[in-house]
Design a protein around this ligand. Structure first.
Ligand SMILES: C[S@@+](CC[C@H](N)C(=O)[O-])C[C@H]1O[C@@H](n2cnc3c(N)ncnc32)[C@H](O)[C@@H]1O
Length: 365
């Protein structure tokens, strides 16, 4: 499976599109806002470029994409106002894998520029461009970026660890699609090693692209304990297993599929940052949110069943393209109907939470 070919969120603005189902990610962006603000303020107090260049890595397509850019522009304006200096012009690069629905974002741009020009004094000095490609490699020229942002993207690793399928074609993680309670330590080891390789390449690439003193704020889904991820994909995997038992999916199909995903712990992140050596870790925090807290925030009148249905569709908007590429479009309705029932069941029995890590870094001078 070539991850770059199959990994993307549901595009467009249909019922199950990411654009209409990304309130969870929006809530996370808003939680992390003060950390982004602090990082930008620090950056703008030390660097005074004529044109500030920023990148949002794993931007996807939908309202969150431009929200991040707009928040960063506001931060820059406020900081320069406080410093009593004229704000610089700004170039923002929106990055995602080539299969991302960039067209939906482009269509929003004229309205976005209009709004910026109405809200800010330095009209016409914002330039937004797309940069398709994988952030597990170089995307920009040497010393060309000042600030890098990424939210809810880095848990997607560059490939499914090769060792998860033996040379004879046998799956090591049978019956699961990610590290689960029934996975062996070897499965965890394969995932962890892949994460370390990928995150090192990510840091090395950004270290070349950022100017000295440039900074990054990265938010990713994480775990509290190694080898104990309690991840929502485990539940999707268990529904696929039920479908194998019901004769709807071939067992071998499930046994040889794994997600290119890893939710690291704080210690694992710290270990890679220190070993790679290009960045000073300014801040590393973990925060949790209940599976349905973002839904309650937007509409407190939804009952648990409705919240389970919304969460299930939101997870579908993220996972459907990659799952459908392996298990077939025709299995998706059944899979996510079963998943929705499971979500409700879990929400009734336990306090289910997403674990998030936010990492703030500065490139060493
Ligand atoms: C859950 S979405 C998050 C989107 C957006 N940042 C937000 O907060 O709403 C994750 C995005 O990361 C992208 N992504 C995953 N791996 C990537 C890679 N190696 N390079 C660039 N983008 C990647 C996916 O295609 C997807 O659009």
């Amino acid at each position: 499976m070539e991850v770059a070919q199959v990994l993307h969120m549901n595009g467009g603005d249909s019922k199950s599109s990411y654009a209409n189902h990304s309130l969870l990610q929006r809530a996370v962006i808003s939680t992390v806002k003060p950390i982004v603000e602090a990082s930008i303020e620090e950056l703008c107090s030390n660097l005074f470029p004529e044109c500030l260049k920023i990148a949002d890595l794993g931007c996807s397509s939908g309202p969150n994409t431009l929200l991040v850019v707009s928040d960063i522009i506001n931060n820059i304006q406020n900081t320069f106002r406080k410093l009593d200096r004229p704000p610089p012009s700004l170039q923002a690069f929106l990055n995602d894998l080539p299969r991302n629905d960039f067209n939906t974002v482009f269509r929003l741009l004229p309205g976005f520029y209009k709004k910026l020009n109405e809200e800010h004094e330095n009209k016409g000095s914002y330039f937004i461009a797309a940069m398709p490609g994988s952030y597990y490699g170089r995307l920009f020229p040497d010393n060309s970026l000042h600030f890098v942002h990424s939210s809810y993207a880095l848990m997607w690793i560059s490939e499914v660890p090769k060792g998860l399928v033996t040379e004879g074609g046998e799956g090591l993680n049978k019956g699961n699609i990610y590290i689960a309670k029934t996975s062996t330590p070897a499965v965890f080891h394969e995932y962890f090693e892949q994460f370390k390789r990928d995150f090192t390449v990510f840091l090395r690439s950004r270290a070349q692209e950022l100017v000295p003193g440039g900074s990054m704020v990265l938010t990713t889904m994480g775990s509290i304990k190694s080898n104990d991820p309690h991840c929502i994909w485990e539940f999707v995997g268990s529904k696929l297993y039920d479908m194998v038992l019901d004769g709807l999916i071939e067992e071998e199909k499930l046994d040889t599929f794994n997600l290119p995903y890893y939710a690291p712990t704080m210690d694992e992140v710290k270990e890679v940052i220190e070993a790679e050596g290009s960045f000073t870790l300014q801040n590393l925090e973990v925060f949790r949110n209940d599976w349905d807290s973002y839904i309650k925030q937007t509409n407190s009148s939804f009952d648990k069943k409705s919240r389970a249905a919304i969460l299930s569709t939101d997870i579908r908007a993220v996972g459907e393209p990659i799952l459908a590429s392996h298990f077939g479009e025709e299995t998706m309705d059944d899979l996510f109907r079963r998943f929705e029932e499971d979500v409700l069941d879990h929400m009734e029995k336990e306090n289910c939470q997403f674990i998030n890590l936010v990492i703030s870094l500065t490139k060493k001078c």
